[in-house]
Each structure stands twice: as structure tokens, then as C-alpha cells.
Design a protein around this ligand. Structure first.
Ligand SMILES: [Fe+2]
Length: 311
């Protein structure tokens, strides 16, 4: 019996070590040439038809082994999304916090490598961790390009907004409304920004709803019949509908998720499908790399289990 337990432990440890190998490969990989958001959306111009998908994830926090290992696993799964050759996938959107904490050169180089592994052009939103070290976002501009842009793809219009400082200025509101007016020629409208106007997790420490931009932004989305608003920032999956608009928080792209799995604290990405008039989405929950499960996720769930059972 003892021998069996030893074998089992050895197998688990070998499997855990094996699950960490892709990070080593990522770190020795040559840094690819980068491309900007503008170049990414430029690749969508010749798309035809009204049947397509895009993928969304956020908060990979690149540049730290724990987060990069999880992001690599997500990317591996995302790249398999077109295996049935059924629906063209046009692009991927990253909802911000691409850098681990301080927006260092290493973080950006790592994100650039991760981004290059995805089979589709990636549009990147700016998050609050992407400019911590250099406040004027030199690295974001160098590796990613525009922080705000709007672009059509097939029958849909997409708007990327920078609200990393938990604010939307008067000028931004004017620009946003202009873009929403242009979007009325299209069947669908989507907005990507890092911080949701309303925390979709009521027990969260994050409280954007106390900021003046929040309600105004939501009323604007309602007025112009925005289909979906995507944000990251909170490391979880949550969804809600307000004023006919679907709000999604998708911040489980690599960073430690803190809340219980049953409440949305899991690694994931979102697949959005557009079929003419219709829009729907699915959440792909990804089991963490085994070494992360054994060192963090297992204990997180155990902590909540014990807290609920005892306290
Ligand atoms: Fe984050």
C-alpha cells in the first residue's frame, strides 16, 4: 500500500513538473516582431459574410511564471477553437492588464511572445497594470499602438476605450458617442474596456459604480443599443444584463483568481458568435496547469470550503 502511494505521488509530481515545461519554452523563445492594434484591425477589412466569431480574455498579467503558464494553456485551447472549420474566427481581444504588475520591458516582451502564439490578430485593451512603471505608456505605444480605436468587422462595430484610470473624460464621451452614432449602420455593437462600469460581483472591493462616468456610460450603451460590453480587471467571470445590454467581466486569462470557483473565480476565455441578427456566447472554463492547481487553486477552494463549513 505504501509503495502504491509513493508511486501515485511520484506520478503526480512528474505530471506537475511536465505541466510547467511550456513556460521554460516561452522564456527561451525568440522575441517576435510586434504589431499594433491598428495593424491587427487592418487584417479584418476584407472579411465578408455575417457568420463569425471572436474570442475574448483578459488579465493575463504577462511576465510572471504563474500567470504565463496559465495564459499558455488558455492560448493552446483558444487555438483549437476552429478545429471543426465551422465558423471563421476573426480576431481575439485581450481586455487589458497584459503586464504582470509594473509594465516592465520584460512584461511587454513576454506578452508579445504570448500574443504571437495566437492564430488570429489580437486587439489589446490597456489596463491599469500596463503603465505602472512608465506613466506615459511608452511601452504600450511601442508594442501595442493605439489605446482607443473603433473598427467595423462584417456586420458589427467594435469600440475600444481606455478607462484604466477608472474614469472616462468628457472628450472620451464625445468620441464614444460619435462612434456609437457611426455604429448604427451596423447590426451589432460591442465595446471593450478594462474596467466594467458596474462590478458584476456585488461583494467585490471594486466599486466603479461610485464614479460619475459609470451610470452615464451605461445609459449611453442602452441608448445606442450596444449588444455587449466586455471588461477585465476583476479576475473572474461574471455576466449581467442592464438596459438590454449584456455586460461580461472576463478577467481569468492567467492571473490568480481570488474568489471561489463556484462564483466565477476560474481561468477562462469567452467565445462570441455572430450569426446575422443573432449573437450568443460561451464561456470556456480551463482547468489550471497541474502545478498551479497543486500550489494554489486547490488550497484556495479548500480555504473557502473550510471557511463556509466552520465559520
Ligand atoms: Fe488585473
Amino acid at each position: 500500500m505504501k509503495k502504491l502511494i509513493k508511486i501515485l505521488v511520484a506520478v503526480i509530481l512528474i505530471a506537475a513538473a511536465y505541466s510547467a515545461i511550456p513556460i521554460a519554452w516561452l522564456y527561451i523563445k525568440k522575441v517576435p516582431s510586434s504589431y499594433t492594434n491598428e495593424q491587427a484591425v487592418g487584417k479584418l477589412k476584407s472579411n465578408k459574410g455575417e457568420y463569425f466569431e471572436f474570442l475574448a480574455f483578459g488579465d493575463n498579467h504577462g511576465g510572471f511564471p504563474f500567470t504565463d503558464s496559465a495564459a499558455l494553456k488558455l492560448i493552446r485551447y483558444m487555438n483549437k477553437e476552429d478545429r471543426f472549420k465551422k465558423i471563421p474566427i476573426d480576431f481575439v481581444v485581450n481586455l487589458g492588464d497584459i503586464a504582470f504588475i509594473n509594465g516592465t520591458e520584460w512584461d511587454y516582451m513576454t506578452y508579445n511572445k504570448l500574443r504571437s502564439l495566437l492564430k488570429w490578430p489580437v486587439v489589446t485593451v490597456t489596463g491599469n497594470h500596463d503603465d505602472d512603471e512608465i506613466r506615459n505608456l511608452i511601452r504600450f505605444t511601442k508594442y501595442i499602438g493605439a489605446r482607443e480605436l473603433a473598427f467595423p468587422d462584417r456586420n458589427s462595430y467594435f469600440i475600444v476605450l481606455d478607462n484604466r484610470l477608472n474614469d472616462v473624460s468628457e472628450n472620451q464621451f464625445i468620441w464614444l458617442e460619435d462612434e456609437l452614432k457611426k455604429s448604427s449602420e451596423y447590426q451589432h455593437r460591442f465595446i471593450f474596456l478594462h474596467k466594467s462600469p458596474l462590478s458584476l460581483y456585488q461583494q467585490s472591493w471594486f466599486r466603479p459604480e461610485l464614479s460619475p462616468w459609470s451610470y452615464r456610460f451605461m445609459k449611453l450603451c442602452e441608448k445606442y443599443k450596444v449588444d455587449m460590453v466586455f471588461s477585465g480587471h476583476e479576475h473572474m467571470f461574471r455576466k449581467a444584463r442592464h438596459g438590454g445590454v449584456i455586460y461580461i467581466t472576463s478577467g481569468g486569462g492567467g492571473m490568480f483568481t481570488q474568489i471561489p470557483e463556484s462564483e466565477g473565480g476560474f481561468l477562462h476565455y469567452v467565445v462570441v458568435r455572430i450569426y446575422g441578427d443573432y449573437v450568443d456566447y460561451e464561456v470556456r472554463k480551463i482547468f489550471p496547469p497541474l502545478w498551479e492547481f497543486l500550489t494554489y487553486y486547490m488550497w484556495k477552494e479548500l480555504f473557502y470550503f473550510l471557511r463556509n463549513a466552520i465559520y
